[in-house]
Structure formats: structure tokens, C-alpha cells
Design a protein around this ligand. Structure first.
Ligand SMILES: Cc1cc2nc3c(=O)[nH]c(=O)nc-3n(C[C@H](O)[C@H](O)[C@H](O)COP(=O)(O)OP(=O)(O)OC[C@H]3O[C@@H](n4cnc5c(N)ncnc54)[C@H](O)[C@@H]3O)c2cc1C
Length: 287
């Protein structure tokens, strides 16, 4: 009979201790809320020899502003983000997405960084942060680095994190202050489901004309993607029916989804266009 596999559980009190605990054991993994990792372990997809629980590290918890930037600690729960007054008033796309993430039990366990590090192309918080030009701060054995979120994912379940690196902070830069934002997804069950397609939009308007646009799509490519052609097209334009038709076409063309048991690739592509148009209007109406 095979030996039962044991997993060591460590609870560091600082980022330095956590990096050390990860460095000592090649198959160590960070655990935060555990809502993705525990499922993966139970299904036998991951076999960590050591779990490094980062949820007691105070410097990784909470939301603050610094020189106009919003800084969200990696281990901040989705529920805390949902109730934060600055997030609610200035970054509504994060609220749209957080409300859809699981049910309230999951929102009380799941962390923001866990959602990003799991690197699912359907992850709820990725698109909203992408359209807000978010960056992530990372700490590892060789020190700290900052990575634009758009360069963080390399494929489904894959990020640029090196072994023993921890995502410590998500930063929304001050320059996006005033950017209107929104997020929606198409799903089957409406609650405790994952997106068939999702879209997030960030838009800056002046006298009805688009000054800057960001459009992201989820679940239609190996990572969450930006629709850069539609973003460039929108510059200087008003949101007329003709312009919205064009944005819809460009978003549909940018999607490269797969067919699976939940939806066909054709349906996902068509919905990517419809959703990008709808979410763009929703964001603009928030002005
Ligand atoms: C019933 C259910 C419903 C769900 N519904 C949704 C949904 O609607 N939308 C959605 O997007 N997700 C959903 N999820 C997935 C999950 O809840 C989220 O992705 C959640 O945000 C993961 O956060 P966590 O803290 O639980 O991550 P964990 O499970 O603790 O970790 C996830 C991964 O990230 C790594 N990691 C975590 N934090 C860090 C860090 N700071 N630095 C480096 N690596 C790190 C871990 O090693 C692991 O590989 C659902 C899950 C369940 C069980």
C-alpha cells in the first residue's frame, strides 16, 4: 500500500518568513482562502508538500490609499473589497465582479490575490483590474518587483511568478481616478457559477467623447484579454449606434474561445461582442 502523502502547514507572521518557508521546500504552495487550492488538492491536480498560509500576515490585509493610488493587500477578502467605501464609489467594476464571485460564503474566504494567482481565464476580478491599469507587487528571494497586470498571466493556471514569490499588493494607480467602470458576465445559473463569457470596461469621457477606453474579455482566450483595436477605435468618438456596432464586431473578432460542454465557441464569440457593447454603455452611464 502506498504511503499516505503528508502536507506540512506553516503560518508565517511576515512576508519575509513566508518567502523563506516557500524557498525551503520546492513543492511548497501559498494558501490564502483555499477556495481554489483545496479543490485542486482534493481532485488530485496539485500535491504540495507544504502549505504556507498567508492569511495571518497583517501587512497583506486591507485597503489603503497612497499618493492617490489604491493599494489592496493580497490577502484581503472579496467581502472586504465589496464593502469598502472608496471601492464602492470609485471602482464599481470591482463591486460588480465581487458580487458575482461565488456566494457570500466564498466571498468571506476568497482573497483578491488568490483569484489572480489561480490564473483562470474566467476569474472574476481579473478584467476589472485590467481595465483599471492595475499592477501587482511581488516579493521573492531576490527582492521586490512590480508587474503590470496585463503581463502577469501566461496561460490557463500560469503566471510569471517565480518559485517562492508571493504577490503582496494590488495597486490601482492614481491616474485612473475618475475612470468609469463596469463588469458583467454571461453564465448559466446566475449564482455560484463561472462565466461563459465576461467583459469589463473602463472609460474616460469628456463632453460625450471617449478620451480613453479599456475593454477586457474573460473566458474567451487562454488568459483574460484586452480588445486593443476597439480601445483605439473608440478614441475621440461618441457612443453612437454605429460606433457601438463597430465595438461589438471588434470584440467578437478578438475572442478566440473554445467549445466545451457549457457553450460553443461561436456562442461565446457572439456574446463577447454583445457583452462588450452592453458593459461599455453601462460604464458610460455611470458618469
Ligand atoms: C463554490 C465556489 C464558487 C466559486 N465561484 C467563483 C466565481 O464565481 N468567480 C471566480 O472568479 N472564482 C470563483 N471561485 C474560485 C475562487 O473562489 C476564487 O478564485 C478565489 O478568489 C481564490 O482565492 P483564494 O484566496 O481562495 O485562493 P487559494 O485557493 O488560497 O489560492 C489559489 C491559488 O493562488 C495561489 N496564491 C494565492 N494567494 C497568493 C499570493 N498572494 N501569492 C502567490 N500565490 C498565491 C495559491 O498557491 C493557489 O495556487 C469559486 C470557488 C468555489 C469553491
Amino acid at each position: 500500500m502506498a504511503e499516505p502523502k503528508t502536507t506540512e502547514y506553516v503560518v508565517p507572521q511576515s512576508v519575509g518568513e513566508a518567502v523563506e518557508a516557500l524557498s525551503e521546500s520546492p513543492k511548497a504552495r501559498v494558501i490564502a482562502g483555499g477556495t481554489d487550492l483545496m479543490v485542486g488538492m482534493r481532485e488530485g491536480h496539485v500535491h504540495p508538500t507544504r502549505l504556507v498560509d498567508i492569511t495571518r500576515i497583517q501587512e497583506l490585509i486591507g485597503i489603503s490609499t497612497q499618493n492617490g493610488s489604491l493599494r489592496i493587500g493580497a490577502a484581503t477578502k472579496i467581502d472586504e473589497i465589496l464593502h469598502h467605501p472608496t471601492v464602492r464609489s470609485e471602482y464599481p467594476a470591482l463591486v460588480d465582479a465581487g458580487q458575482l464571485l461565488g456566494g457570500w460564503q466564498i466571498q468571506n474566504m476568497a482573497t483578491l490575490a488568490g483569484n489572480l494567482c489561480n490564473a483562470s481565464p474566467a476569474a472574476e476580478m481579473s478584467g476589472p483590474l485590467l481595465v483599471l491599469d492595475a499592477e501587482v507587487e511581488v516579493m521573492g528571494p531576490s527582492g521586490e518587483r512590480r508587474i503590470p497586470l496585463g503581463e502577469f498571466w501566461t496561460g490557463p493556471g500560469k503566471t510569471v511568478l517565480e518559485p517562492a514569490e508571493i504577490l503582496t499588493t494590488i495597486v490601482i494607480p492614481g491616474k485612473v481616478s475618475g475612470r468609469l467602470s463596469a463588469y458583467q458576465r454571461v453564465d448559466i445559473r446566475h449564482s455560484v457559477d463561472i462565466a461563459l463569457v465576461s467583459s469589463a470596461v473602463g472609460v474616460e469621457l469628456s463632453e460625450g467623447k471617449v478620451q480613453l477606453a479599456r475593454i477586457a474579455l474573460g473566458a474567451v482566450a487562454p488568459t483574460v484579454i484586452r480588445v486593443t483595436e476597439a480601445e483605439a477605435y473608440l478614441q475621440g468618438r461618441t457612443l453612437s449606434e454605429e460606433v457601438l456596432d463597430k465595438v461589438e464586431d471588434l470584440a467578437e473578432a478578438a475572442a478566440v474561445p473554445i467549445t466545451d460542454v457549457r457553450a460553443s465557441a461561436e456562442y461565446r464569440s457572439a456574446m463577447a461582442g454583445v457583452l462588450a457593447r452592453r458593459v461599455l454603455l453601462l460604464a458610460a452611464e455611470r458618469g
